[in-house]
Design a protein. Structure first.
Length: 235
């Protein structure tokens, strides 16, 4: 899977560095700009997958950056506005100009990450998320909500199915428990992160040839879980 590139446009260097560290830890490639003109140059030259854009910037403010990018027909570049401006009018202006989301300061880096993932998922072309996934002897159909192992239909609970799809769509990527909760159950889910362990333990029993040596649901120690890469899924 290709790494996504995120452009951070933030004049406060401490805030920008904090966001950069969280994004890099989550596997993103990060570009940085501390003023609006540099942001435009980087967006034009590097074409990032998403832009985290502060509004109060030197040389050219964030609203003008957003307005210019949209006028240049770069509608496909998702924009997440991150700003201290918190009035309803400010939010409406940003959204009307084409921002995909709007987060006010002070903010939680974990919430920012969750919103970035959500925006990128919404922007993902449909062909990147096929209805049917096949890995080794495992066949997952998102439309019928059916899973087959070696041709046999396997019953999964809705939560088990959601977790399996979240992992199988990005084989080889390590997910934290929180990321899996967000991917599978949504941002508003209030369950404990450790419930992921229980669901995935049950899932292993149902789909793995040998649950003690999993091919599909693999533990990444100190991080969380990943779905085994194609070469791993040979029993």
């Amino acid at each position: 899977m290709a790494f996504k590139t995120i452009l951070i446009v933030e004049d406060d260097k401490k805030t920008a560095d904090l966001i950069r560290l969280y994004l890099q830890k989550d596997g993103y490639h990060v570009l940085m700009a501390h003023d609006g003109r540099t942001a435009l140059d980087l967006a034009r030259a590097r074409r990032p997958d998403l832009i985290v854009l502060d509004l109060m910037l030197p040389l050219m403010d964030g609203l003008d950056v957003c307005r210019t990018l949209r006028a240049e027909s770069r509608e496909s570049v998702p924009l997440l506005m991150l700003t201290a401006r918190s009035t309803e009018d400010d939010k409406l202006i940003g959204l009307d100009l084409g921002a995909d989301d709007y987060l006010t300061k002070p903010f939680s880096p974990r919430e920012l990450l969750a919103r970035i993932r959500a925006v990128l998922r919404r922007a993902r072309p449909a062909e990147e998320a096929p209805d049917e996934l096949r890995h080794g002897d495992l066949l997952i159909n998102s439309l019928s909500h059916e899973v087959h192992v070696r041709g046999e239909l396997i019953y999964l609970t809705p939560k088990e199915f959601s977790l399996l799809v979240a992992l199988a769509r990005e084989p080889g990527r390590a997910f934290t428990r929180l990321e899996l909760l967000e991917r599978a159950f949504g941002l508003d889910y209030e369950g404990l992160e450790r419930t992921v362990d229980v669901h995935l333990l049950n899932l292993r029993k149902k789909i793995e040839p040998d649950p003690a040596r999993p091919l599909y649901i693999q533990t990444v120690y100190g991080v969380g879980y990943r779905f085994g890469k194609e070469q791993d899924n040979v029993a």
